[in-house]
Design a protein around this ligand. Structure first.
Ligand code: DLL
Length: 470
């Protein structure tokens, strides 16, 4: 028997029936009999494989090289034989080479960080946007949201999928959306008070930061009508959940997604159980593989999450390696949902960092550093968390000739900038910081090091030191 979420009003929306059943937005698909679901997934997979083979030259080549004949694919059982797709395939086909529909059918384009200078592009048809709104609405309903709620969307709006994804989901649910986007901390707090926000959507670190600011400006957050937060887009922990829940006196649920697959809404915890993220597997077919061998792992084992988009038109992906480490299980939840559950993302298979919700690859920082002829490609990224805020220090070696011009003391930059050498160094520092902000989208602190100061290794360079304790 499902346990209703204490403290939440049990108001109804279109799919409402009895008790906490009203929290399930798309009962037909979220609570499907697993055998029926497998049939649906199989039908969708067969259609998808044939569609991409016919429409996307990249897939034709990929399948031909792997000896896959689309007409022989019969269903989900054949999935492990299909080749993987990876982030570099997106980069190699930038910007629209993997689209499976003509551009005239595309109604939206988003993008996220690529491994180098160029972003990875994703496109949506009208039907894709409708599916996205549906899965996002499922997540908000699962968190306890209804048409009576006021949803403050403090994920960024723009090329990032967070803002618009949650926005469309909340509207489809019939809730009132406050599309405030990220930042604007004081205004966030003001609107939470004045508009009576009941559901907050943002990164977990931003929610902690917001709390600190509320303390500073004297807002008693426990008096707010806020009841739940839908937090994701970056890794966080059970300890952070407890901290947020205690400070804000709310329920905090974990939402997962990635732009390549659709954006937020791939999976999300229900507020009833907070026990695994319900993965919308009628649209996104998940597998867990051993990242080293590529072999599919049995249910419950931890490995890399691989997703096949079963229904997307403009930008379908076959066996996309997300790089995210997690596990999957299929036991039905106390909330009544039968879809696959996914554990918290516990890490990455690659070196992607998430700094204040922005995905950053060390190679992107390197590409920006290389734009400055005065520095060497020897660098180290030091990530830390000051209060609730992630910080990134970019330590980079300066070229020997410039170093000879300026003394080591000047490199510390802790003096007044009166002499010419100082000014030169200060200008270089701000130029690099500005380039990183403009190109990658995050503020960093650049620290210059003398030539040879960054440790050299014979094997893979250790570029990142992550001091955050999540
Ligand atoms: O972060 C989409 C999103 C927006 C998800 C809002 C949730 C809420 P990308 O910018 O493409 O998309 O980044 C995707 O972020 O592969 C994970 O590594 C990480 N990530 C997303 N959600 C979580 C989470 C959005 N709940 C990448 N826990 C993914 C841990 C997460 N990592």
């Amino acid at each position: 028997m499902a346990v209703p979420l204490s403290g939440l009003p049990m108001t109804s929306h279109d799919n409402a029936t009895e008790g906490n059943e009203q929290m399930i937005f798309d009962r037909e698909h979220e609570c499907m009999d697993r055998a029926k679901l497998a049939e649906l997934q199989s039908q969708r997979l067969v259609a998808l494989v044939n569609r991409v083979y016919e429409r996307v030259p990249f897939y034709k080549k990929l399948f031909d090289e792997a000896g896959i004949e689309p007409e022989k694919v019969r269903g989900v059982r054949d999935l492990p034989y299909l080749p993987f797709t990876r982030k570099y395939h997106l980069r190699d086909n930038y910007p629209f080479g993997l689209f499976a529909t003509p551009l005239r059918e595309v109604v939206r384009i988003h993008a996220s960080s690529g491994t180098t200078g160029k972003p990875t592009t994703v496109g949506y048809t009208k039907s894709d946007i409708a599916i996205w709104a549906n899965v996002a609405a499922r997540t908000i309903a699962g968190a306890g949201g209804t048409a009576d709620d006021i949803v403050q969307v403090a994920y960024g709006y723009g090329l990032f999928t967070g803002g618009l994804g949650m926005h469309y989901g909340a509207e489809l649910l019939g809730a009132a959306v406050i599309p405030i986007s990220g930042s604007n901390t004081q205004r966030q707090l003001m609107l939470m008070q004045d508009f009576g926000t009941t559901i907050m959507c943002c990164t977990p670190s931003f929610m902690l930061y917001l709390y600190d600011v509320a303390q500073q400006v004297g807002v008693d957050v426990t008096k707010l009508p806020l009841k739940v937060g839908i937090f994701g887009a970056e890794p966080w922990s059970e300890a952070m959940r407890r901290d947020i829940e205690a400070k804000w006196n709310i329920k905090a649920v974990d939402i997962y997604g990635l732009s390549e697959i659709i954006g937020p809404g791939v999976s999300c915890e229900c507020a009833d159980a907070q026990d695994g993220l319900h993965l919308n597997d009628d649209h996104f077919l998940p597998e867990i593989i051993d990242p080293e061998t590529g072999e599919v792992l049995p249910e419950g084992e931890t490995g890399e999450l691989v997703i096949t988009t079963l229904t997307k038109e403009a930008f379908p992906l076959i066996r996309y390696r997300t790089g995210d480490i997690t596990r999957l299980w299929v036991e039905p939840c106390v909330c009544g949902r039968t879809n696959t559950r996914m554990g918290r993302v516990s890490g990455r298979t690659d070196d992607m960092l998430i700094i204040r919700g922005v995905n950053v690859f060390p190679s992107q920082v390197e590409a920006v550093l290389l734009m400055s002829p005065q520095v060497e490609p020897h660098y180290k990224l030091v990530v830390d968390r000051k209060g609730a805020m992630d910080t990134l220090e970019v330590q980079v070696e300066i070229k020997p000739d410039l170093y000879h011009e300026v003394s080591q003391a000047i490199l510390s930059l802790d003096d007044v900038t009166t002499i010419a050498e100082h000014e030169k160094i200060v200008a270089l520092k701000s130029a690099i910081q500005k380039n990183i902000k403009d190109i990658i989208g995050i503020s960093v602190e650049v620290t210059f090091k003398e030539p040879g100061a960054i440790e050299r290794t014979e094997g893979k360079a250790q570029r990142v030191v992550d001091l955050r304790k999540l």
